[in-house]
Design a protein around this ligand. Structure first.
Ligand code: ADP
Ligand code: MG
Length: 623
């Protein structure tokens, strides 16, 4: 085409496309749900814009917010069309080729090691999955602010954009035409498409219609029908025989009905989804299976992994809303990578069933960003800008309730885990398969999201105690298992006032620490904190259930020992000499201590100073 402007794909995008096009990955179905999800996003966008400006919807068919799927079996084209927001020429250029999303290279890397394409949508590059099944793709798009354009590419490193002067005008929205490869013929089968939409796109909130063929039985006049037969046979029959047959038929005609039914193929739009909003239903009516599926569609995660837990509730009172929260089976790839800069909430906000945004960071504190879910409020106003909404006073109430529910959900996950409970009776109950499924769930949760709980303790003073209850760690007595503060306290010796802990790079290293000698000998339990974040954590977690935390490598460790006073007296000379010899800028003090058993002496951090491990962390950060 003469008017086509040519562009090269950004390098990472090009690499991704190469991998996809040569992929032997068997589950190529995923392209369809990615396209439907994009169509649904585009429809959400236009519906949101229409809240403040009705004009954007236009009139006639343009106001129908729907998705249409059509097949052309002869030309082997599968097309998916939406009446969403559409793309301008600039949008086409940027979104489909020249600007790589931040997840692109991460996904390419992951693909090369695992080969599992299932998570492509989570990395923000779902569109390119079309090249799993097509070798040529056209994207026709019309945005309110621009003319209609065609984007096209054969995945050969380049794409072209032309002003569309030959296709039917779309009005508004986007049509993706996939020229299917020979091996992808199965996607021309209506039954296959219906099955896929059912499986993957059940929870899309817009109607998905398929241009479906239908065999209809039609009544036609019997005569007319037979005259056709006659024509077909007329060549091979002589005129005399014809005359004879006609006579015979006329005789029969008298008994036969005047009409006959024949089968005919017609086409009509068939609705494939019923758009039930799961969160509007009563939690009692929704099955586990439905929650699992709903999670997968929300998270764009179509692996077999089920969410660890969910909470579905209806808040009433001054601020009304419905919400569903999920704990994902795994932490997303970038959860902690960019925690303090970019990590956003995974919560979708709806107001009266209209999708508003999934970038609303006012709904959950940062440390709960690993949760996936949805909030739909009747209290929030519909026709105001996003900025106004962000400042709405109800958001604070919603946030508070969401945090409470989220922490309850996590607490229950721990309580329901038969491995976690200390209650002997509960443990001895014959294990049902249900319980087997829950076994070890909390340890799994802790491995994936424990860091979030710790960040919560640091950031959320109001819920600090609730969060501290969720903490897990190993100790000198936990035997390789995880334990909680409550369990630690239940095992404390009667003479013990403080909760003892020690920080360091690994449990193995800490086990050899001289600081533990005497505590071990006296049978005190000591917590191992081996995550760098633990150092910060312990600056915020001062006490728990009226017990103070004592770092055993710091000054202030008091073990009941009657001899200490005497020893202090008799060694006064030595400690004084030693302190003077080392000079005061090297050590703060030299003291007689009761903390050691075999090691003669040890360097200890002062109560308010950094621990040795913290010094190490700080040092490595300034390098
Ligand atoms: P993601 O959907 O995660 O952003 P995709 O690779 O699926 O990533 O899509 C890339 C971008 O292309 C989208 O963010 C959107 O801007 C644009 N896009 C894709 N499909 C459509 C569509 N049907 N209508 C409008 N824009 C679309
Ligand atoms: Mg997408």
């Amino acid at each position: 085409r003469a008017s086509a402007e040519k562009f090269e794909f950004q390098a990472e995008v090009s690499r991704l496309m190469d991998i996809l096009i040569n992929s032997l990955y068997s589950n190529k179905d995923i392209f369809l749900r990615e396209l439907i999800s994009n169509a649904s996003d585009a429809l959400d966008k236009i519906r949101f814009l229409a809240l403040t400006d009705k004009e954007v919807l236009g009139e006639g068919d343009n106001t129908k917010l729907e998705i249409q799927i059509k097949l052309d079996k002869e030309k082997k084209i599968l097309s998916i069309r939406d009446r969403g927001v559409g793309m301008t020429k600039e949008d086409l250029r940027k979104n489909l080729g020249t600007i790589a999303k931040s997840g692109t290279s991460a996904f390419v890397e992951k693909m090369q090691t695992s080969g599992d394409l299932n998570l492509i949508g989570q990395f923000g590059v779902g569109f390119y999955s079309v090249y799993l099944v097509a070798d040529y793709v056209e994207v026709i798009s019309k945005h309110n602010d621009d003319k209609q354009y065609v984007w096209e590419s054969k995945a050969d490193g380049a794409f072209a954009i032309s002003e569309d002067t030959w296709n039917e005008p779309l009005g508004r929205g986007t049509e993706i035409r996939l020229h299917l490869r020979d091996e992808a013929g199965e996607y021309l089968d209506e039954l296959k498409l219906k099955e896929l939409v059912k499986k993957y796109s059940e929870f899309i909130n817009f109607p998905i219609n398929l241009w479906a063929s239908k065999e209809v039985e039609k009544e036609v006049p019997a005569d007319e029908d037979e005259s056709v037969d006659e024509e077909e046979t007329s060549e091979s029959t002589s005129s005399e025989e014809e005359g004879e047959e006609e006579d015979a038929e006329k005789a029969e005609d008298e008994k036969k009905p005047k009409t006959k039914t024949v089968k005919e193929t017609t086409y009509e739009w068939e609705l494939l989804n019923d758009m039930k909003a799961i969160w509007l239903r009563s939690p009692k009516e929704v099955t586990d299976e439905e929650y699992n599926k709903f999670y997968h569609s929300l998270a764009k995660d179509f692996s077999e992994d089920k969410p660890m837990a969910w909470s579905h509730f209806n808040a009433e009172g001054d601020v009304e809303f419905k919400a569903v929260l999920f704990i994902p089976p795994k932490a997303p790839h970038d959860l902690y990578e960019s925690y303090y800069n970019t990590k956003q909430s995974n919560l979708k906000l709806y107001v009266r069933r209209v999708f508003i945004s999934d970038e609303f960071n006012e709904l959950l504190p940062k440390y709960l960003n690993f949760l996936m879910g949805l909030v739909d409020s009747d209290t929030l106003p519909l026709n105001v800008s996003r900025e106004m909404l962000q400042q709405h006073s109800s958001l604070k109430t919603i946030k508070k309730k969401l945090i409470r529910k989220a922490l309850d959900m996590i607490r229950k996950l721990a309580e329901e885990d038969p491995d976690e409970t200390n209650d002997k009776e509960k443990r001895d109950v014959e294990e049902s398969s249900d319980e087997n499924e829950k076994k070890g769930q909390y340890a799994k949760f802790w491995n994936e999201f424990g860091k979030s709980i710790k960040l919560g303790i640091i950031e959320d003073a109001t819920n600090r105690n609730r969060l501290a209850k969720l903490l897990r760690f190993e100790t000198t007595k936990s035997d390789g298992k995880l334990t909680s503060l409550d369990q630690y306290i239940s095992r404390m010796k009667s003479s013990q006032k403080d909760i003892f802990y020690i920080t360091g790079a690994s449990k193995e290293q800490l086990e050899k620490s001289p600081f533990l000698e005497r505590l071990n000998k006296k049978d005190y339990e000591v917590i191992f904190f081996t995550d760098p974040v633990d150092e910060y954590l312990m600056q915020y977690l001062m006490d728990y259930e009226d017990k103070k935390f004592q770092n055993v490598s710091k000054e202030g460790l008091k073990l009941k020992d009657s001899k200490t006073k005497e020893l202090k007296e008799s060694f006064k000379g030595l400690t004084k000499w030693w302190k003077n010899t080392l000079a005061s800028d090297n050590v703060e003090d030299v003291k007689i201590s009761s903390r050691l058993a075999d090691t003669p002496c040890v360097v200890v951090t002062s109560k308010y100073g950094w621990s040795a491990y913290m010094e190490k962390i700080m040092h490595s950060q300034t390098l």
